[in-house]
Design a protein around this ligand. Structure first.
Ligand code: HEC
Ligand code: HEC
Ligand code: HEC
Ligand code: HEC
Ligand code: HEC
Ligand code: HEC
Ligand code: HEC
Ligand code: HEC
Ligand code: HEC
Ligand code: HEC
Ligand code: HEC
Ligand code: HEC
Ligand code: HEC
Length: 428
């Protein structure tokens, strides 16, 4: 193409041999026509390439500037979407025709200033300005003339942002992309600038509620709140707004997610230490759901109306009057009749012959709750039996020994008893 122009220029030089005489630019006439750092090649050659010579030397406007320019330049309007400024305006709205001091004979040094001749500058200049916009180079994302993409983008909406932000590309087969990302980043971010941090379209703390009102309403209304969710609606403590390798856009694997916070002294409103990391990691027998890496089998991470943000009821006391529904948290997965019947050979192994010892301990007005004997998260004894259990300020020893067909306890509650499923010990 360059060669073509060069040839053309040479041709012009020959056909107007002695051009100096005919020059329109003299010390008197049109002397500022070439006052540019770079002169547009045809201007340097002959004014009549573009202008018509009229007898009375009256200036005649060039009839169709764009067509005229396109005679030598690649058609700037050959793509699907043509910039209004080009289709219904002139090349000269943005370019000087005779030459220029800046790139591509533009009328301003900064490209954004060229755009701001027509476009409102305010939306581009809010408190938080996107990096590339701050540099003023709109062409990093937009074509100036025409494009096959919406909004004259240099690349389709889907990939324009990840061209630079490759870490936000969650389109891989093993990755899970947050649904709104499929429609492009501008569902949540302004590509130009915004009054909110990270050029978000709303405050980071309110953004999620625009689409997840059910959850954010619940987070506000539940009786037992999980502080990390409620304080400033920090959904991003656990979720990545863009995507993740894990379900539910969790930042890390579900188990690690919980344990990474619960690995230190976390004193709750009740004065209890919520460091669960030690218990889970240092004990041999982990509870089924935890083995599966699933704390949310029992807890609702967003808070709940039940004690300890459990998904269902569980008594918070050491003693409580028996009612099946009080243990709904356990009976979601375990046999709900566990402590209901006095005699059984099927419902539980905690029995002396057919005498149900779960019934004996749990099913009474001053029934012991499961925590009296079980450590729910993990334990070093089989069947999640605790070594000791908190009883007021005392840690009451449980003293459990398991045998093939039963076991024995030497707790702080009573003298040592044993049970045997095959050969009744007590004969009751
Ligand atoms: C590449 C094409 C081209 C060449 C070559 C060219 N011009 Fe122009 N010129 C234009 C265009 C386009 C305009 C704007 C016309 C309009 O507004 O209608 C223009 C405008 C003008 C104007 C009127 C407005 C102004 O800027 O003062 C004058 C005078 C002028 N040209 C003189 C010249 C002279 C003298 C030369 C040779 C040194 C020359 N032109 C070479 C394209 C050209
Ligand atoms: C007679 C042929 C011809 C016409 C008509 C013409 N140009 Fe050019 N233009 C050239 C040549 C030759 C160059 C120098 C080529 C190069 O450096 O790539 C050039 C360079 C340019 C450049 C700078 C390109 C760059 O990469 O920096 C711009 C912008 C430009 N022209 C715009 C226009 C506009 C706007 C018009 C119409 C007003 C126009 N041209 C009309 C031949 C022409
Ligand atoms: C809305 C403003 C605008 C209009 C109107 C416009 N251009 Fe441009 N043009 C630009 C900008 C901005 C650039 C520089 C892009 C960049 O950063 O590379 C440019 C670059 C160019 C270049 C340099 C090579 C290239 O493609 O990057 C040429 C040649 C050119 N324009 C020709 C034209 C012609 C011919 C017309 C009319 C048909 C025209 N322009 C209309 C803004 C405009
Ligand atoms: C001469 C006036 C003018 C200039 C200069 C101008 N534009 Fe435009 N632009 C328009 C008009 C008119 C429209 C169509 C109406 C609208 O969307 O505002 C438009 C539309 C757009 C659109 C939306 C296209 C769509 O499909 O919705 C983008 C993006 C755009 N311009 C970018 C730019 C950029 C980038 C620049 C600077 C390089 C620029 N404009 C310079 C007049 C201009
Ligand atoms: C980082 C890429 C990027 C940069 C840089 C950028 N834009 Fe955009 N622009 C976009 C995207 C993406 C859209 C489509 C937004 C949407 O989906 O609403 C857009 C839309 C637009 C629109 C049409 C819709 C609207 O918001 O009015 C205009 C006009 C526009 N941009 C002008 C500009 C101007 C002027 C500049 C330089 C100051 C600029 N853009 C810089 C990516 C960018
Ligand atoms: C041309 C490269 C480029 C493109 C394309 C691009 N960005 Fe950026 N983006 C940057 C740079 C550079 C920064 C500043 C990085 C920094 O400060 O560490 C940035 C920063 C950001 C930030 C962080 C702002 C903050 O306060 O930390 C967000 C959000 C962002 N971009 C979103 C987008 C979106 C959405 C798109 C697509 C519309 C996009 N980017 C396209 C280069 C780009
Ligand atoms: C559902 C809303 C949403 C969508 C869609 C979205 N983001 Fe974000 N983005 C956020 C939020 C919220 C933040 C604030 C930081 C956080 O919560 O981690 C953020 C922060 C960022 C940051 C700065 C902080 C960081 O993590 O580097 C960049 C860059 C970014 N987003 C780029 C993108 C890109 C690129 C896309 C599209 C591929 C995109 N975002 C789509 C909500 C979104
Ligand atoms: C303490 C970590 C944590 C915080 C903070 C958190 N989430 Fe979640 N979220 C999770 C976990 C874990 C899951 C998966 C639940 C499951 O496995 O049943 C989840 C699931 C979800 C789901 C999909 C399943 C559903 O219940 O619809 C949405 C939507 C959601 N969270 C939105 C939010 C919003 C909005 C916020 C901020 C108000 C938030 N999350 C704060 C941990 C958290
Ligand atoms: C523009 C609307 C929109 C915004 C804003 C938004 N989301 Fe979503 N989100 C969705 C949609 C749509 C789904 C898919 C819902 C479905 O499949 O039921 C979804 C799904 C989710 C899921 C479940 C993902 C899964 O694997 O099923 C989580 C978790 C989530 N969003 C968290 C968030 C968080 C945290 C924020 C704030 C940073 C947020 N969302 C902001 C629209 C949004
Ligand atoms: C970002 C840190 C963080 C993450 C992640 C986190 N937590 Fe918490 N959690 C806390 C803090 C701090 C407290 C103590 C403050 C409070 O809520 O009273 C707490 C309290 C709790 C409580 C006691 C609630 C009550 O009613 O007193 C439970 C149960 C809990 N978290 C379980 C979980 C589970 C399950 C997960 C994983 C889904 C998880 N946490 C993830 C920080 C975290
Ligand atoms: C099988 C159901 C279940 C699973 C699974 C479970 N929890 Fe719990 N969690 C409970 C119950 C029940 C309590 C109340 C215990 C009590 O009061 O003795 C509790 C209490 C807690 C407490 C309060 C401190 C304490 O020791 O009582 C934290 C913190 C906690 N769980 C975190 C987690 C984390 C983190 C996970 C995943 C590693 C997890 N839980 C898995 C049922 C469960
Ligand atoms: C989300 C389902 C689920 C919930 C809720 C649940 N568990 Fe479990 N539990 C299991 C699974 C799975 C096992 C492992 C069974 C196995 O290894 O054969 C298990 C094992 C046990 C064991 C040891 C049994 C054995 O054979 O090793 C005890 C004791 C136990 N759970 C008590 C409880 C208590 C008390 C609660 C209520 C706080 C509870 N569970 C809630 C799923 C659950
Ligand atoms: C007095 C202590 C004690 C109490 C209170 C107690 N358990 Fe147990 N539980 C045991 C013992 C001991 C075993 C082991 C039986 C065996 O395998 O020999 C056991 C076993 C289990 C098992 C394994 C299956 C089975 O029944 O053999 C589950 C599940 C279980 N208990 C759930 C619960 C639930 C739920 C509660 C509260 C409603 C509870 N336990 C209360 C002592 C107790």
């Amino acid at each position: 193409m360059k060669l073509f122009y060069a040839l053309l220029a040479v041709l012009f030089l020959f056909s107007f041999a002695g051009g100096a005489e005919k020059s329109c630019v003299t010390s008197e006439c049109h002397k500022d026509m070439k006052d540019y750092k770079v002169i547009h090649a045809p201007v340097d050659d002959d004014c009549l390439t573009c202008h018509e010579k009229t007898g009375d030397h009256k200036f005649t406007k060039i009839a169709n500037i764009n067509e005229h320019c396109n005679e030598c330049h690649d058609d700037q309007t050959d793509k699907k979407n043509v910039h209004d400024a080009v289709s219904s305006g002139d090349c000269t709205d943005c370019h000087f025709s005779h030459g220029g001091d800046y790139k591509a004979f533009l009328k301003h040094k900064r490209i954004d200033k060229v755009c701001f001749d027509c476009h409102d500058e305010d939306p581009m200049n809010k408190k938080f300005v996107h990096g590339p916009n701050a540099s003023g180079n709109c062409s990093l994302c937009h074509e100036s003339h025409s494009s096959n993409n919406k909004f004259l983008l240099v690349e389709p909406m889907k990939v324009i942002c990840t061209r630079c932000h490759s870490d936000k590309d969650f389109s891989g087969a093993d990755q899970k992309m947050h649904s709104p990302m499929k429609e492009g980043c501008s569902k949540c971010h302004s590509p130009h600038s915004s009054g909110h941090e990270f050029q978000l379209i709303a405050d980071r703390e309110k953004l999620c509620s625009e689409c997840h009102k059910k959850i954010t309403d619940k987070v506000d209304s539940v009786k037992f709140k999980h502080a990390v969710v409620n304080e400033n609606k920090k959904c991003y403590n656990c979720h990545d707004a863009h995507g993740s390798l894990y379900d539910n856009n969790l930042k890390i694997s579900p188990l690690k997610l919980c344990l990474n916070c619960h690995d230190k002294k976390l004193i709750g409103t009740d004065g209890k230490d919520y460091n669960i990391f030690k218990i889970v990691n240092r004990n041999k027998f982990k509870h089924g759901p935890i083995k599966d890496g699933n704390c949310t089998g029992c807890h609702d991470p967003h808070g709940s109306d039940f004690y300890m943000i459990l998904k269902d009821e569980f008594p918070k006391e050491f003693y409580t009057a028996y009612e099946e529904k009080k243990y709904a948290s356990c009976f979601e997965c375990h046999e709900s009749k566990l402590a209901k019947v006095e005699r059984t050979v099927a419902l539980t192994n905690f029995r002396d012959g057919d005498w149900n010892l779960h019934y004996v301990h749990v099913n009474m007005t001053k029934g012991r709750t499961c925590r009296a004997c079980h450590e729910i998260h993990a334990s070093n004894l089989p069947k999640h039996i605790r070594k000791e259990t908190p009883f007021g300020k005392w840690s009451l020893p449980v003293g459990f020994e398991k045998t093939k067909t039963g076991g024995s306890c030497a707790p702080g509650c009573h003298k040592e008893y044993s049970y045997d499923r095959n050969k009744k010990v007590k004969g009751l």
